[in-house]
Design a protein around this ligand. Structure first.
Ligand code: SRM
Ligand code: SF4
Length: 569
């Protein structure tokens, strides 16, 4: 059919990403043809972007780039796959297949827990992609909509077995995840060889061109903000009465990325728009997502996330539109408060007299090394455990619903494999994004330097007598900010190899964005600054004053109140 002038004008203006979605035949592209091409390990043209909607990213090992280039070889292409796991919950027995796949079929042999409560495989060759999807399908999992312009893995406060409210919140996270999934049959056709039934493709919520940009959702049970809700586009904070969920406070428009030097980009905290009762969750979900779908910027991807849409139209207009679409009025926000974000390590008793054991996994990277056999240990636990694994938003893992009679056995395995170790509070609250060697956007190291940086910081804290305290310390390899450095008390953001911007002054519960303190500095300079700041904090802080609060009270950096202005000035 011939396109009208208006349609042609719009197509010319929209980004390449929009054109790709529009022409993709509901995310099919020519992926099937590309899979048959054995000459290259990569995907071509639009398929490079389209596979992301199916939960995979094409990457190449950046440590090998130069060497392969010199040898005139294709870059070491392999895919990263991210599973969909609302609330991070997975039957322990399913872990056996996951572990097996990582060992046998990935280049790195590791499993990576992410800070959005799921896991990734790095280094899957193109000819193993169908195998991974079939393995996931066998254990009733998929990787649909874990990347690109859709609603991503829905987060939920960890450890749902702590109370019935936690359990109910988790059910909501699952429901929202299912509700917002793409309806296209492309995933099943391409990866699971299911028959083509193209006529059933309809995207009533996401639309034919899906969302303007990625979209992130959380369900949160106060007083723990372990999901870092303020970084997300749409958040539901649980409100209870008589130990049952009666409704949710809704907060929208959070996000943390920016572009170095581009003042039109800024991080922003999710903002309250009102309270809704429990029966209206899906109506409001649909209204918020479709408003962002229709109002979001499709001509500039750097201005396309919900926070920019809200800024372009105003919070009040966005809220009114949501109310109109849902045919519901928001009520005033109900009281809530947060006390912490960290995981609660060790043993906790569940509601049904079973036990949960929370284990610290440095960087979320599950592998065996000389000191710790994390991967083998978790596999052994999976083999004897009847309950669940729960991945936390801090890249850790909870073994939950452990029967009393298995408690000692599991503890013994955890201890003998280095899954339980004595670690400092600082280490418990540290986090880094993946960065090198797999992330194509990395500007500086993150995961691979975290251990070394934390060890240095531990020594400084010991020297000044604050080693029993904690500081939320995070590193991201670039300003996309995947390590959520812009919600930390000390945050590093990569500028180039070996150089970082140093941000200070976030708070413990994650409701304050830190401000730049030093730009483009080396590791040596970072620790000179941190040494003198920690010395100061140790000597001059008020009783129990957190590091981030101290930094703000002393005026070491200016508090960020309005990020749109304060972040850059
Ligand atoms: Fe992220 C892109 C890893 C959480 C903001 N992120 C990427 C990619 C896929 C690079 C790429 O586009 O090619 C990274 C893959 C690296 C690798 O080799 O695995 C990547 N992001 C991660 C993970 C694995 C970091 C981790 O160490 O846990 C997290 C996966 C979460 C998940 O399971 O879905 C991850 N990313 C985040 C977060 C934190 C969060 O969501 O709580 C953020 C900041 C919050 C936000 O969205 O504002 C984040 N990632 C980004 C961005 C910037 C988006 C933007 O709004 O501009 C990008 C780049 C992009 O989308 O263009 C990005
Ligand atoms: Fe990659 Fe940057 Fe995200 Fe780190 S912050 S994983 S370097 S995109």
């Amino acid at each position: 059919m011939k396109k009208s002038n208006k349609e042609n004008d719009l197509l010319e203006k929209v980004t390449d990403a929009e054109r790709i979605k529009q022409n993709s035949n509901y995310l099919r592209g020519t992926i099937i043809e590309d899979l048959k091409n054995e000459i290259t390990n990569g995907f071509s043209g639009d398929n490079f972007s389209l596979i992301r909607f199916h939960g995979m990213y094409q990457q190449d090992d950046r440590d090998l780039r130069l060497e392969r280039h010199e040898q005139k070889l294709e870059p070491r292409y392999a895919m990263m796959l991210r599973c969909r796991l609302p609330g991070g919950v997975i039957k322990a027995k399913k872990w056996i297949d996951i572990d097996n796949f990582a060992t046998k079929y990935t280049l790195y042999g590791t499993i990576r827990l992410t800070n959005r409560q799921t896991f990734q495989f790095h280094g899957i060759l193109k000819n193993k992609l169908k195998d991974v999807h079939k393995m996931l399908h066998k254990i009733e999992l998929d990787s649909l909509a874990t990347a690109n312009d859709v609603n991503r893995n829905v987060l939920c406060t960890s450890n749902p077995m702590e109370s019935l409210v936690h359990q109910e919140a988790y059910e909501w996270a699952r429901k929202i995840s299912e509700f917002l999934l793409p309806h296209t049959k492309a995933y099943a056709e391409i990866w699971l060889d299911q028959k083509k039934i193209a006529t059933t493709d309809k995207e009533p919520i996401l639309g034919k061109t899906y969302l303007p940009r990625k979209f992130k959702t959380t369900v949160v049970v106060p007083p723990y903000n372990d999901v870092d809700l303020y970084a997300n586009d749409m958040n539901f904070i649980v409100i209870t009465e008589n130990k049952k969920i009666i409704g949710f406070n809704v907060l929208i428009g959070g996000g943390l990325s920016f572009i170095h030097g581009n003042k039109k980009t800024w991080p922003f905290l999710a903002t309250e728009i009102g309270y809704i009762s429990v029966e209206n969750v899906l109506l409001i979900t649909q209204a918020i997502v479709t408003t962002q779908r229709d109002w979001g910027n499709r001509t500039d991807r750097a201005n396309a996330k919900t926070r920019y849409t809200i800024n372009n139209f105003s919070l009040e207009s966005f809220k009114k539109e949501v109310e109109k679409r849902a045919n519901i009025n928001f009520q005033p926000i109900r009281p809530y408060h947060f006390i912490s974000r960290g995981d609660r390590f060790g043993w906790i008793k569940d509601i049904n007299n079973t036990w949960s054991l929370t284990l610290f996994i440095q960087n979320g990277r599950i592998y065996d090394n000389q000191n710790q056999l994390l991967k083998s240990g978790l596999l052994k636990i999976a083999n004897i455990h009847e309950g669940n694994f729960r991945i936390t938003s801090n890249q850790n893992i909870i073994i939950s619903e452990i029967l009393e009679e298995n408690k000692n056995k599991i503890e013994k395995i955890a201890l003998s494999h280095g899954l339980i170790q004595r670690i400092s509070p600082l280490r418990q609250n540290s986090m880094a994004c993946v960065s090198f060697p797999t992330c194509p956007l990395a500007m500086a190291e993150a995961e691979r330097v975290l251990l070394h940086f934390v060890t240095k910081l531990e020594k400084i804290m010991l020297k000044y007598g604050v080693e029993k305290e904690t500081i939320i310390f995070r590193i991201s390899g670039c300003p996309n900010g995947c390590g959520r450095s812009l919600l930390s008390e000390i945050g590093l953001i990569g500028k180039s190899i070996g150089r970082y911007n140093l941000y200070l002054g976030g708070n413990r519960v994650g409701s304050r964005i830190p401000k730049i303190y030093q730009e483009n500095i080396t590791e040596k300079e970072i620790f000179i600054h941190l040494k003198s700041l920690i010395k100061c904090w140790s000597n001059e802080r008020k009783t129990q004053e957190d590091f981030g609060d101290f930094i703000i009270r002393k005026g070491i950096v200016k508090e960020i109140v309005d990020p749109i202005f304060d972040f850059w000035n």
